[in-house]
Design a protein around this ligand. Structure first.
Ligand SMILES: [Zn+2]
Length: 136
């Protein structure tokens, strides 16, 4: 039962997606509304990849430039529904693999030459040249 409800949600979002690419996407919003209703009825969450595709308030299927406007403001992505005017603000997440500049501040007491001096010269010829230039 739960599995079929999930499949119906998939099918309905598939239909909405196809419908949205047509010149007059008349039924896209209707498919979204039905999919959400199926999810509610059968206690099935709408998958994350679908949840970004429609307005939470009016269930309009979001097409950039046509039914939604996206702006980046104060480290947030702000999406405005052009049908009902609702906005959705989401913080922009920084890449966790990329350290912050403040995390790197510990290394700033060392000059580039000092850092590069520790790089084996056979590893990077350019680094070796930079290190030797300072000595002249
Ligand atoms: Zn809306």
């Amino acid at each position: 039962m739960v599995r079929t409800a999930r499949e119906r949600v998939d099918d309905l979002f598939g239909l909405a997606n196809v419908e949205a690419t047509r010149p007059a996407p008349t039924y896209a919003d209707r498919y979204v509304r039905l999919a959400r209703r199926v999810g509610t009825r059968h206690n099935v969450r709408i998958p994350h990849e679908y949840r970004e595709l429609y307005c939470r308030k009016c269930s309009s299927y979001w097409l950039e430039g046509r039914t939604v406007r996206t702006r980046f403001r104060a480290a947030h992505r702000v999406r405005t529904c052009l049908v009902c005017g609702a906005t959705r603000r989401q913080p922009l997440r920084r890449d966790p693999a990329r350290p912050r500049a403040s995390d790197l501040a510990d290394h700033l007491d060392r000059t580039p030459q000092e850092v590069l001096a520790e790089v084996p010269s056979d590893l990077d010829e350019e680094a070796a040249e930079l290190g030797s230039e300072e000595e002249e």
